[in-house]
Ligand binder design. Structure first.
Ligand SMILES: [Zn+2]
Length: 384
């Protein structure tokens, strides 16, 4: 069940760091994009191999047990690359693609800058499954092989027919018009063309949550399928995440960095010692400090670097030896959302110095963007 592009990158969630998906490891680099595999996915393959072996009593059964789910995940990977390549066509970068037992996740820098782009990116994934099904369909028609799908236990039947059925299932599942499926993105893009994006997201996420409840009830009461509970949980979390992200992004919509940046903050000199800076931290100043020399920004001292350096090198070490020299900066007129997306995508420090004409005029941190969002939410709540 491929889903994606995943919206985690969107919405400028107050600088939430974008670390790798837990328990996943890198298996390949395709078209410059890291492909990762989740550990549970290997466990699932082992389970199917064992099941195939147990049912048939033969090695061939075990191999078939791996081949079929392996093929599905190959199709899911191609599906994700459908999204990735369409996004690339619009100049949107992809961080990585992770295969989970429940489907694939492509982490894009943005799900599309306009509803039209979002629509094209969302449809590109399912389109891949349609193409695979069509190619296999032509093969079945031309070769006139048996048309019953392959039996996972006996191995009798047609692989091509099974491939058609699997891809049509992936197509259908992904086009369900609810978040977090691609169909939810299609629905949101179409609704955004008529009304605003927040409302459109609420509708698509609401359908997703209703669907999750229905799946969970069906799994528990009627069908006795514990797998449905998993899918229900996944749909629920995806839908809620999307709804939350968009309400954050609504408050940041069109807001320039200038409005959300801190202007009261401390900078340090490259010749200050770590002992001096730790006093500033204790005194309650910000976590990360811009390093300024002769009115020029020369570095960034992160709290994450400060404490290990204090421990290993002692309090007399100077800032210049520990500071980062390469980091993202922002301009006051840049939209906050775009800046956050960029910095999350690059996985840089969560504090970003703001420069105007080469001069340091502000500092943006995850906390103060979060506070800006809360403040803005409180003010709009009052106005109603
Ligand atoms: Zn998809």
């Amino acid at each position: 069940m491929g889903h994606g592009p995943n919206g985690r990158l969107q919405g400028g969630r107050g600088g939430g760091r974008l670390s790798d998906v837990k328990w996943s490891f890198r298996i390949a680099r395709v078209l410059g994009i890291e492909v990762r595999l989740h550990l549970t996915f290997l466990m699932l393959l082992a389970f199917y191999a064992w099941k195939g072996w147990a049912a048939s009593g033969q090695m061939a059964g075990a191999l078939l047990g791996i081949l079929l789910p392996g093929t599905i995940f190959g199709c899911v990977l191609l599906h994700e690359f459908g999204h990735v390549l369409m996004a690339r066509h619009f100049g949107i970068r992809t961080r990585d693609v992770t295969l989970l037992p429940i489907g694939g996740v492509a982490r894009l820098e943005s799900t599309g800058e306009t509803p039209r782009q979002e629509l094209a990116i969302a449809l590109a994934g399912p389109a891949v499954n349609l193409v695979i099904a069509a190619v296999a369909g032509v093969f079945v028609l031309v070769s006139r092989i048996p048309t019953t799908p392959i039996d996972p236990v006996t191995g009798a039947g047609s692989f091509a027919t099974w491939l058609i059925a699997s891809n049509l299932f992936l197509l259908g599942f992904n086009l369900i018009p609810a978040f977090p499926m691609d169909g939810g993105r299609v629905l949101r893009a179409l609704l955004t063309m008529r009304r605003d994006r927040v409302w459109a997201t609420r509708v698509a996420a609401g359908i997703g949550q209703a669907l999750a409840i229905a799946l969970a009830l069906a799994g528990m009461l009627a069908l006795h399928q514990p797998m449905l509970l998993f899918i229900a949980l996944f749909v629920w979390m995806g839908a809620s995440q999307e709804a939350e992200a968009v309400s954050t992004s609504a408050h940041l919509d069109g807001v320039p960095v200038r409005k959300a940046m801190m202007t009261e903050f401390r900078s340090v000199s490259p010749f200050d010692t770590l002992g001096d800076v730790s006093q500033l931290v204790l005194a309650g100043f910000q976590h990360d400090f811009p390093v300024v020399s002769a009115d020029e920004l020369v570095g960034l001292l992160l709290r994450d670097d400060l404490f290990p350096a204090l421990r290993e090198r002692g309090p007399d070490t100077v800032v210049g030896d520990v500071m980062r020299r390469s980091f993202a900066v922002a301009t006051p007129d840049e939209p906050v959302e775009r800046m956050l997306r960029r910095s999350q995508f690059e996985d840089g420090p969560s504090s970003i110095p703001v420069l105007e004409g080469g001069r340091l005029v502000g500092l943006v941190t995850a906390e103060n963007v979060g506070e800006y969002v809360m403040l803005s939410a409180a003010l709009t709540g009052r106005r109603r």
